[in-house]
Write a protein that binds this ligand. Structure first.
Ligand code: BGP
Length: 496
């Protein structure tokens, strides 16, 4: 099956589609740092404290509701450990980072805009020009190398002013504030950015009260009505942003972003299969609304049975119906097991969002995330069967502890194995007929973890010399996976 040799690389018949968008993904709240520079206002992510290594598998902090008390305390606290405030210092090192992406051959680079860099308090009358200029510089740098930016409007951070003064997304006024922000950046960057995502992992808000940063619970208790009200507002805001993008230029493509959680029935017991369908409904509700443009019947039932009250204003459902997304993107890290009677289950494992039953057929990462490459093929097939629109994998990867050798090299063969196995399954899914736009593995340069705020949980091809306390030079270096991924891109997946 070996076809030809090109500049030292063996090319095989196994090729990804022409124009496939290989790249990497980051987010401002975990990567940029410079939290109080350039006129940026504080964001909810600046108040996320580090989880100690011994508490790694304890997801309490991740899932704890965001409260006024905590946010106010953290924002005035100069002593505590808040690693997202310094991130990986992309703010000062973007030129070097983008040059490294160009060296790997990236076709695309996923990043997010920090809302509070543009509107420091969330509701300012005028945008902050210095913030706008920063992203102009970043996009111009990408353009130098022909790298297409893929931009998330809201990735796990909200201006603190919106949390404290409005209570976050449960307040309808936040739709207008977001739409104003979206209009500002879509208009400004319409000639520089073609691909946009509205909300990162829109389904996580309820589970990750604190990390998601979108919703304040005054009494410290998660409340399903508030959560689904907030989600509804995000649906409307997302559709309005899509409308603006298409009015500016019909060529702009706007996607939704789901944390896809593939679940398997624990046994062939129909009750377990039904449990899996229920999990799918919880997860796919978000893409059903954003892709199909309407609330599914199963959600109406769920609302009714759980006493959830969501206020829909006149015109909301029409907006959602009129402006669905152009493509669907998702993150994929692991799969899970669905069992009707959890007590009958075996061993448990940690995941990025919750504890769950371990699948005996799979191995897990050091953080307990179960590694399942075939699950990615299953997911791609299921999503494409369901929606028949282009898909984009905008996050995938292995969080691991890396060791720097004496000569500075980093031999991360475990990361290469993980990514290779997933890319193989992507190829299979494409052969199955799935329309896949691209692949941006998470944290292409090491960055601070969303769930634990650790720097030592690394995903990158590029190493950042910084520890969990923010000590280090923050200098960049190439891991073994850097050279491996460079080959993958150069051969358009032909060496997998
Ligand atoms: C996703 C988030 C990212 C990211 C990733 C890895 O849920 O969109 O922001 O960080 O998960 O998670 P973690 O950083 O917790 O390892």
């Amino acid at each position: 099956r070996i076809r030809r040799k090109e500049s030292g690389f063996i090319m095989t018949d196994k090729q990804f589609p022409k124009g496939f968008l290989w790249g990497g993904a980051t987010a401002a709240n975990q990567f940029e740092g410079a939290w109080n520079e350039g006129g940026r206002g504080p964001a909810t992510s600046d108040t996320a404290i580090a989880v100690k290594p011994e508490d790694r598998k304890n997801m309490e902090e991740f899932a704890a509701p965001m409260t006024r008390e905590k946010v106010e305390f953290a924002i005035n606290d100069t002593e505590g450990l808040y690693p997202k405030r310094w991130g990986s210092d992309f703010y000062h090192r973007y030129k070097e980072d983008i040059a490294l992406y160009a060296e790997m051959g990236f076709k695309t680079f996923r990043l997010s805009i920090a809302w509070s860099r543009i509107f420091p308090n969330g509701d300012d009358a005028q945008p902050n020009e210095e913030g706008l200029q920063f992203y102009d510089n970043v996009f111009d740098e990408c353009a130098k190398y022909g790298i297409e930016p893929l931009v998330t409007l809201s990735h796990y951070e909200t201006p603190v002013g919106i949390a404290l003064n409005y209570g976050g997304w449960k307040n309808r006024k936040v739709i207008d504030l977001f739409v104003n922000y979206a209009r500002t950046v879509l208009t400004r960057y319409q000639d520089k950015v073609k691909y946009w995502l509205t909300f990162n992992e829109i389904n996580i808000m309820g589970i990750s009260g604190y990390v998601g940063g979108a919703l304040l619970f005054e009494d410290g208790k998660q409340n399903l009505s508030d959560m689904y009200q907030a989600v509804h507002h995000q649906f409307v805001a997302s559709s309005l942003a899509t409308k603006i993008a298409h009015e500016l230029n019909p060529e702009l493509k706007v996607g939704m972003m789901l944390a896809r959680m593939q679940a398997y029935p624990a046994t062939p017991n129909p009750a377990d299969v039904m449990e899996e369908i229920k999990r799918d409904h919880e997860n796919l509700f978000f893409s059903d609304v954003q892709v199909r443009g309407k609330y599914p019947a199963y959600t109406k039932r769920f609302f009714k049975e759980n006493g959830i009250e969501v206020i829909f204003e006149e015109g909301d459902l029409e907006i959602i119906a009129q402006y669905p997304v152009d493509f669907m993107s998702f993150s994929y890290y692991m799969s899970s097991v669905a069992r009707h009677n959890p007590e009958a289950g075996g061993e448990s494992t940690a995941g990025n969002f919750s504890l769950g039953e371990a699948n005996p057929y799979l191995e897990a990462s050091d953080w307990g995330w179960q590694i399942d490459p075939i699950g990615l093929r299953i997911t791609l097939n299921n999503l494409y069967d369901r929606y028949q629109i282009p898909l984009f994998i905008v996050e995938n990867g292995l969080g691991a502890l890396d060791t720097v050798e004496e000569d500075g090299s980093i031999h991360d063969s475990y990361r290469i194995d993980y990514l290779k196995a997933h890319i193989e399954q992507m190829y299979e899914a494409i052969e199955d007929g799935v329309e896949l736009m691209g692949y941006t593995p998470w944290g292409c340069t090491d960055l601070v973890s969303a769930s634990t705020s650790e720097m030592s949980k690394r995903y990158g091809f590029v190493y950042v010399d910084a520890d969990d306390e923010g000590n280090g030079t923050f200098d960049r270096s190439r891991k073994d996976s850097f050279f491996w991924y460079q080959d993958v891109i150069k051969t358009n997946g032909g060496n997998i």
